[in-house]
Design a protein around this ligand. Structure first.
Ligand code: GLN
Length: 490
């Protein structure tokens, strides 16, 4: 049946027609994980019994006709979504043995819809990274080329979906961590508007930037997952009322897009971009033109300030958020502390990896008295200016296209000793987080046999529109159906 190739809708039809049960489907994907994941390291933990119990419940719902489109379908969760009774490590030694007493809202919503949590995926430690090399549990590999990184920080989720070890997965995006790995692995990933999805139970990195979202094969699957994730949550005061009822309808028709104008920001299509990637993007823009979309060049000035502003703000928030790991309430605690100070110092020294410590120090420095105005306040002002630049652009155009990354997936180890090179790989994704906007990355072709992604960026709460645009493209092209050879078998 080649179940691994199927979309949510196709899997749901199989379940509905009783051609397969959720228990069988869950076993099928668990078997793929056990056959293939030793090559990828995309999962941190599996709890087969818990997965199968959820699948049994789903089968009951299906037999009583109480199911919806998502019921019975496996989903993998990035290991920073808290899962009740199942270890949630954030890929850190600090939380190596931490089992949350509650579920993240997103995890609850999918469980209530009857989805099966198939396992917890590997990631950069505390979501800090662009390559998945900072994980305490070792790096993840890219299914398109095992010598290359899958991107980060949601690299485990992307690698697992790309190798078809799970039909879909969750990720989080603080500065690109859904879109960049989706792009490196040939997938579709949605970073929602800030506040569209509850952050309750998502272990915090930089709270004013973090957003959960789906990583899947297609825009259609992303829309189905986003519909379930979105909405106001009493437990997250920054979540927004906007989306409570309306489901996304993927109903854009070719003939209706004549009135839509897409902006091409000059600063994003500059010489910084690899020439081959530019060619692939231009080719996909031709497809959009044939579909009837209009294009217009626009300016997004101040682009050069994005990376410095992002890394100041994200590190400042991280240094504050991560102060809770002190060996007292939960997480790692050093052995035989001699004093309270010794307990704090050794616990944090042993529990955090190098990248996390670096961010905590940068953040504490940027927030310290004397430097606060010069760094943190200035970065906040730049953030506002960057958002205003986007809003200004949206007065003349409806949506923006941008590359997702300046390169395709790089080799393991290639950038891990050069922080600036690593940080610059986020140059096209971080501005969208600073501005709080929604963006979807879709696969648009290949360069040197590695997938290339392109972002479709919308104004606040335009997830439905950008997914519609992505879906139209995916009805015309087959890039999203490509599967890495080694994993394209039962
Ligand atoms: N690479 C960026 C960082 O390290 C983004 C990470 C993310 O989105 N979680 O901060």
């Amino acid at each position: 049946m080649e179940i691994y190739k199927k979309s949510i809708t196709e899997l749901s039809e199989l379940l509905q027609r009783k051609e397969i049960s959720s228990v069988e489907m869950t076993k099928y994907f668990l078997k793929r994980i056990s056959s293939f994941d030793s090559k990828l390291n995309s999962f941190i933990s599996l709890d087969e019994n818990a997965s199968l119990n959820q699948a049994k419940l789903a089968d009951k719902l299906i037999s009583k006709n109480k199911n919806n489109l998502l019921t019975g379908i496996p989903i993998a969760h990035k290991d920073l979504f808290s899962t009740k009774g199942i270890k949630t490590t954030c890929a850190s030694k600090m939380l190596e043995n931490y089992t949350p007493p509650y579920n993240a809202t997103v995890v609850n919503k999918f469980a209530e819809a009857g989805m099966v949590n198939i396992g917890k995926t590997n990631m950069d430690e505390f979501a800090m990274g662009s390559s998945n090399e900072t994980s305490y549990f070792g790096p993840v590999r890219n299914p398109w080329n095992l010598k290359k990184v899958p991107g980060g920080s949601s690299g485990g989720s992307a690698s697992a979906v790309a190798a078809r070890l799970t039909p879909v997965a969750t990720g989080t995006d603080t500065g690109g961590s859904i879109r960049q790995p989706a792009s490196f692995c040939g997938l579709t990933g949605l970073k929602p508007t800030y506040g569209a999805v509850s952050r309750y139970g998502m272990i915090a990195y930089a709270s004013s930037l973090d957003q959960g979202g789906p990583i899947a094969k297609s825009a259609q699957d992303c829309a189905l997952l986003f519909d379930e994730m979105k909405g106001y949550d009493n437990n997250d005061p920054t979540s927004n009322f906007k989306f409570n009822k309306n489901k996304i309808k993927l109903n854009y028709e070719k003939q209706n897009v004549k009135n839509i104008t897409i902006g091409i920001p000059k600063e994003y299509f500059s010489e910084d971009l690899d020439k081959k990637i530019l060619d692939v993007l231009n080719e996909s823009i031709e497809t959009f033109k044939k579909l009837g979309f209009n294009f217009k060049e626009v300016n997004l000035p101040n682009h050069d300030y994005t990376i410095p502003a992002y890394y100041i703000i994200a590190s400042a928030e991280a240094s504050s958020n991560l102060s809770r790991y002190d060996g007292i309430k939960f997480g790692h605690r050093c052995d035989k502390p001699k004093s309270l100070e010794d307990l704090y110092l050794r616990t944090r020294k042993e529990g955090f990896g190098k990248e996390v410590k670096k961010r905590i120090m940068i953040g504490a420095y940027a927030l310290s008295s004397g430097y606060y105005d010069e760094y943190y306040m200035r970065a906040l002002k730049i953030r506002r200016i960057i958002r205003n630049n986007f809003l200004e652009a949206f007065k003349n155009i409806d949506f923006l296209f941008a590359p997702t990354c300046p390169s395709t997936a790089f080799n393991l180890g290639e950038k891990s000793s050069d922080a600036v090179a690593m940080y610059l790989s986020d140059i096209y994704t971080t501005p969208i987080n600073l501005a709080g906007l929604p963006a979807v990355s879709i696969p648009v072709g290949f360069s040197n046999s590695m997938p290339v992604g392109m972002q479709i960026i919308g104004n606040d709460f335009c997830e439905g529109d950008i997914l519609n645009i992505a879906h139209l493209f995916q009805q015309e092209t087959n890039w999203h159906k490509e599967i890495p050879k080694e994993f394209d078998c039962e």
